[in-house]
Design a protein around this ligand. Structure first.
Ligand code: GDP
Ligand code: MN
Length: 387
């Protein structure tokens, strides 16, 4: 789960990381009230889960209530790369002497934690990594050992932060690491971490990704969850208890088992198509589950064809086939379906499907054939690979 900046800052504050005082606002008048509470000058900040808000015009300084009003009016409703701004964070503005970068994340390949610090902050870290990789100091941390104050200090020294910022930055790094580990995050990032003219070090932005697998340990995360910007397709799928991830393509995918679903995405890509989603219907493939899956995919405007990829194990082929046929009776589909059914009692299942075949319901014996057919149909070739 990705947090909004203001939620990330609230999370940081629990671990003693210094952030600016501020409050949220969903309307212009509220923004003015929050600015008065925070004290002028303030920054009006768009709350969307996408970086580069500053460049997009979603971050503005304001010295007066009128300026807050103008900026809040402009920023609320603004579209920042596909994310519409519904909420603002207003905080007391900081004076900036220098902007740095600090983060902790997982280095999966090394099975370690990775700390990164740079004296070049406030800009896209990917850009720094590309232009000047040496400008980023990195430290692999064994999770068993953790991060000591001495480690933090070395990292800061290596990054070449200004002398007067080093102690403050090292203190924040130790706290940020605790936030990462005890806070069960996959990523904690401060960009920029600033040095103020009076020598304080302070987090001016917050990016936090929580590890959903640790949610059972954190009942307090529920307060974050209600406000997430969830993909409407994902919302519907979650309500129906399906394992679904929305993607950008036009081939809807239904598979049983996470591994097969992943392979299905791969094979669709391999034959030149673009999957619209990941959807794992799990072990069973009852008519009810299949109907739910088809409904979710049917609600996706981009979908042009649907690829159902089922490998019968405990679930037998004829049950799956009956489930699909029954589901088709319940859901009025906008797109044609291509089915690959294999595994236990596949022959019986295919025989059932055969009775219902049409140019809207096509059965293919292998995953590759089925993927080609589904992709061809998504590309508007109704005959696909039939010839
Ligand atoms: P992002 O563009 O989405 O990463 O949003 P940030 O919160 O990082 O803000 C972008 C930039 O706005 C920062 O790098 C700063 O240069 C500037 N900025 C943000 N807050 C303040 C502030 O309190 N005072 C000043 N002077 N500049 C700020
Ligand atoms: Mn930032």
């Amino acid at each position: 789960m990705d947090l909004f900046e203001y939620q990330g800052k609230q999370y940081f504050a629990r671990f003693g990381i210094p952030v600016s005082a501020g409050g949220v606002a969903d309307a212009v008048d509220e923004a003015v009230a929050q600015a008065q509470r925070a004290g002028f000058p303030v920054v009006v900040k768009a709350q969307v889960q996408v970086g580069g808000r500053g460049k997009a015009g979603g971050i503005k300084l304001a010295n007066t209530a009128d300026e807050v009003r103008t900026h809040a009016q402009n920023i609320l409703g603004m579209d920042i790369r596909g994310h519409v701004v519904k909420r603002l964070w207003i905080e007391h503005a900081s004076d900036i002497k220098k902007e740095y970068y600090a983060s902790f994340t997982l280095d999966r390949a090394a099975k370690k934690h990775l700390g990164m610090v740079s004296a070049r902050g406030g800009i896209d870290i990917e850009q720094v990594a590309a232009e000047d990789p040496k400008a980023i100091a990195r430290l692999q941390i064994d999770p068993v050992d953790g991060l000591t104050e001495a480690n933090a200090r070395e990292l800061v020294d290596e990054a070449g932060l200004d002398q007067e910022a080093r102690q403050g930055a090292a203190d924040i790094l130790v706290k940020l690491y605790r936030c990462f580990v005890e806070g069960d995050a996959d990523l904690v990032e401060i960009n920029p971490l600033i040095l103020t003219p009076d020598g304080r070090v302070h987090a001016l932005d917050a990016k936090v990704t929580l590890d959903d697998n640790a949610a059972f340990r954190h009942p307090e995360w529920d307060e974050f969850r209600g406000l997430q910007e969830m993909d409407p397709r994902e919302k519907m799928a979650h309500e129906k208890g399906l394992q679904y991830v929305g993607l950008d393509g036009d081939v809807g995918i239904i598979a049983n088992g996470a591994g097969l679903a992943m392979s299905t995405l791969d094979v669709v890509n391999q034959v030149g198509g673009k999957p619209a989603n990941f959807l794992d219907i799990g072990g069973g493939a009852s008519a009810a589950v299949m109907a739910s899956a088809l409904e979710v995919i049917n609600g996706d405007e981009k979908v042009k064809s649907i690829f159902i990829n089922i490998f019968g194990g405990i679930t037998r082929g004829e049950e799956v086939a009956n489930g699909i046929v029954e589901a088709l009776g319940r859901v009025q589909l906008k797109s044609p379906i291509v089915i690959r059914l294999d595994g236990t009692n596949a022959a019986q299942g295919r025989a059932i499907l055969k009775e219902h075949e049409s140019d809207r319901l096509i059965s293919r014996p292998t995953m590759l054939d089925a993927a080609r057919q589904a992709v061809a149909m998504a590309h508007g070739d109704s005959q696909g690979e039939r010839a």
